[in-house]
Design a protein around this ligand. Structure first.
Ligand SMILES: [Zn+2]
Length: 460
């Protein structure tokens, strides 16, 4: 359409070599060379001075080259992916035939476990790496297993259920050589558990992408269910900081909804984290409660600062407002949190707690509107009925509705601050690490290790 309009004038903007202005009988246009449609460029080229045409031709050639390079890069990536998938399929069929032949009725008793081939055991998620390093564990994690099984082209809930059968510990133990039976059955049980988890994921629509943490500096958010919510709305990490997610391994409870859950998850976390503590610079316990793991880690880890998201949220609320309130999951946690607020020394500033009446796991599984209505409703009651001007989101799983709360409470107008303990916790810890601060070990956080050794306790 434009090319039909006769170009009346062309001017070359001397302050910006990419910017052109030209006028047709109807309109005046200004545009940037690399972004504009060919048709405008053609109209321009015909009437432009020589210098502009030369600059323009150069731009076009460069843009074409960039386009081609991009296309090549995409093709290359596709090719790599295709090659990898073909390789995975090959590994799958080889592994599968090894499993079948070693477990056939005529095969001799099993001496070694048919592990996944090393080439496909590449998941680097922290908990997975930890599991893989364990003596007598499986070489592959659930994510590696999923990749390989998907390469079969048959992946589905029903297919997984059938495939799982052969790993049933009772059935599997019958095929084992008695000398190695205990270890092999344990490995089969682990494989069974991985299948079980894949079946659950396949059934509940969708696979969770494993995070692939890289190295450098760190925070470790802990236990259990919040991790999934975390993945849905990732916290911005400060420049140079890598955040590694960690979920308390079984038999830790799947959510923390009371004191027993807190204690059981702490024990599992300690056993898993203390041996690998040197890999991290700080630890953030992502359970919004006075979780026993916070103080336990302060005692057990050598130098790193440790913070819980409840503490982090309370400190930030105190800094940003005069009366703080917490949106909790249940009435029961509201009662416990009021005690914790006093315990942390913020009792004077507390407007109290309001329950959203959505369980910890419900924050993940219930429809977003329900979660939003529950959390926003409780936040509004804190402000309107109790006079809070700083509202803490009382569960890591509420991160996703932070924006809705801010909107409802007028954070943009600076009326009420909404504090997400996970987000501020990461920032606080980063600041502490950069200031060279960590837990003081001369007082109440003196390590328990010396005591254990003194009384000759060699188990943990
Ligand atoms: Zn993994």
């Amino acid at each position: 359409m434009l090319s039909e309009n006769k170009v009346q004038a062309v001017s070359f903007n001397v302050s910006d070599s990419n910017y052109y202005v030209f006028a047709t009988s109807k309109h005046t246009y200004g545009y940037n060379v690399p972004e504009d449609p060919e048709v405008i460029c053609d109209a321009l080229d015909a009437s432009a001075p020589k210098s502009v045409r030369r600059a323009r031709a150069k731009e076009r050639a460069e843009a074409k080259l960039r386009r081609e390079l991009r296309e090549i890069a995409i093709l290359k990536a596709d090719l790599e992916e295709e090659k990898w998938q073909a390789k995975l399929a090959q590994h799958y069929y080889m592994w599968r035939s090894e499993v079948e032949s070693s477990m056939s009725p005529t095969a001799p008793p099993l001496i070694t476990f048919p592990q996944l081939p090393d080439e496909v055991c590449i998941c680097e998620e922290l908990t997975c790496k930890f599991e893989k390093e364990k003596d007598g564990g499986l070489t592959g994690c659930e994510h590696d297993l999923e990749e390989v099984l998907r390469a079969s082209g048959k992946y589905s809930c029903d297919w997984l259920r059938k495939e799982r059968l052969r790993w049933h510990p009772d059935q599997f133990s019958r095929k084992c050589d008695p000398k190695n039976c205990e270890l092999l059955t344990k490995q089969a049980t682990a494989m069974w558990t991985q299948f079980e988890s894949l079946i659950t994921n396949a059934g509940s629509a969708g696979r969770t992408q494993p995070q692939s943490p890289s190295s450098s500096s760190t925070q470790t958010p802990l236990p259990t269910s919040p991790t999934a919510a975390w993945r849905a709305s990732p916290v911005k990490s400060p420049a140079g900081v890598t955040i590694h997610g960690f979920t308390a391994p079984r038999p830790a409870p799947s959510a923390i909804e009371g004191r027993v859950d807190g204690i059981l998850s702490s024990a599992e976390c300690l056993r898993a984290i203390v041996p690998i503590q040197d890999r991290f610079d700080a630890f953030l316990v992502c359970c919004f409660s006075h979780h026993p793991l916070v103080d336990a880690l302060r005692e057990e880890v050598a130098r790193q600062p440790v913070l819980g998201i409840m503490e982090a949220a309370l400190y930030a609320s105190r800094m940003c407002g005069s009366r703080l309130g917490i949106v909790t999951t249940s009435e029961r946690s509201a009662v416990n949190h009021e005690l914790s607020i006093a315990g942390y020394g913020f009792g004077h500033y507390s407007a109290g707690c309001e329950a959203s009446n959505i369980s910890v796991l419900g924050l993940e599984s219930q429809p977003e509107e329900v979660v939003r209505a529950g959390v926003v409703g409780a936040a509004k009651r804190l402000v309107e009925e109790r006079g809070a001007d700083a509202v803490c989101l009382g569960c890591a799983g509420m991160t996703g509705v932070r924006e809705a709360c801010e909107e409802a409470l007028g954070t943009a107008e600076r009326q009420v601050m909404v504090v997400d303990g996970v987000a501020v916790g990461v920032q606080f810890l980063t600041a502490l690490v950069r200031e060279g601060l960590g837990t003081a070990k001369g007082g109440a956080y003196r390590p328990a290790k010396a005591g254990r050794e003194a009384r000759k306790q060699d188990w943990y």
